[in-house]
Design a protein around this ligand. Structure first.
Ligand SMILES: Cc1cc2nc3c(=O)[nH]c(=O)nc-3n(C[C@H](O)[C@H](O)[C@H](O)COP(=O)(O)OP(=O)(O)OC[C@H]3O[C@@H](n4cnc5c(N)ncnc54)[C@H](O)[C@@H]3O)c2cc1C
Length: 281
């Protein structure tokens, strides 16, 4: 049984931020509900008010600006990410992460905003968006701010998003010539949260980015590749192993996760090298 709550469905962003003004933790934003409603069923959350933002048309768009910036509305579903032409070429990692997330039915409801705001260390879109330098636009009655995804995650299932703020969009800078990739290791064959996931990107200038999930308290963008390229395999793996601190849980042991992180880093480097050779994916 779900606890009782008041359900509100604003038709515009202005209306939504008006409803969120001066509210406290007892109000929650509802997007696809695939994390929140399960948490409510399990008694983890018992909000008095749910503000359903799916009726706000501007949160459902995906596409490039004239300057080549990719804007993904917070309520774009995971299946829409897979179907969009925007998630090809340099943005391939997003499509690959979305394709590995849950089942078709869940992906029809689950949104990009919900995946990031739920902030599971194992979320699949986190690493893919981190390596593409994604930023999030947060809007409230006080105004708006743009924050890098790296700074958005603050701990296990926590973010710097205030209760009065709505994440309205993911903003990804232009990245011509970039290649990217995502890999996921699940516990079972089929659909499950990641035991470890990993994403990588190489810019046209050879700039390497790697991010891993389920190996720390948040999805982690690994630093320290300024002087390191895709051919410095051992140096890259060493940097990854220094940065991660995986725990034991129902999905795997810390030691297993370390070995998988090492293996998957090598696999990501090989994938990126192959895609570079092909001149993009
Ligand atoms: C069976 C099952 C399998 C799953 N498998 C995976 C998997 O393989 N990989 C994976 O990453 N996830 C998985 N998930 C988790 C979930 O589906 C995703 O995290 C999904 O993207 C959440 O999006 P949502 O729109 O349903 O979020 P909701 O449940 O609606 O919201 C999640 C949280 O984010 C907040 N929120 C939502 N949108 C906004 C916004 N725009 N601004 C501010 N706050 C917001 C909500 O208040 C809530 O706290 C699975 C879930 C289930 C039930």
């Amino acid at each position: 049984m779900l606890p009782k709550f008041r359900y509100l469905r604003p038709g515009s962003l202005d209306e939504a931020i008006g409803l969120l003004k001066d509210c406290n933790e007892s109000t929650r934003i509802l997007a696809g509900g695939t994390d929140l409603l399960i948490g409510m069923h399990e008694g983890v959350h018992a909000p008095a008010r749910l503000i359903d933002i799916k009726g706000i048309a501007q949160l459902h768009t995906i596409g490039f600006t004239e300057d080549g910036i990719l804007i993904i509305g917070a309520c774009v579903t995971v299946n829409e990410l897979i179907e969009s032409d925007a998630t090809t070429g340099p943005m391939q990692a997003i499509r690959e992460a979305a394709s590995k997330l849950a089942t078709y039915q869940i992906r029809n409801r689950a949104t990009v905003g919900g995946n990031l705001c739920n902030a599971s260390p194992a979320c699949d879109l986190g690493p893919a968006l981190l390596v593409l330098d994604a930023q999030l636009r947060l809007v409230s009655k006080q105004g708006e701010r743009l924050i890098s995804l790296k700074d958005f995650f603050s701990g296990v299932k926590t973010t710097c998003c205030e209760v009065s703020e709505v994440v309205t969009e993911v903003v990804i800078p232009p990245s011509p010539g970039t290649v990217s990739a995502f890999l996921k290791q699940g516990r079972i064959r089929g659909h499950d949260l990641s035991v470890v996931n990993a994403a990588g990107a190489i810019g046209h200038d050879g700039d390497l980015k790697l991010a891993l999930g389920a190996v720390g308290t948040t999805p982690l963008l690994i630093d320290g590749f300024d002087e390191v390229g895709v051919d410095d395999r051992q140096k890259v793996i060493d940097a990854v192993l220094r940065a991660i601190a995986p725990i034991d849980d129902v999905r795997g042991s810390g030691i297993y996760r370390k070995r998988m992180a090492e293996f998957m880093t090598g696999e990501i480097l090989d994938l990126l090298k192959g895609r570079l050779k092909q001149g993009g994916s």
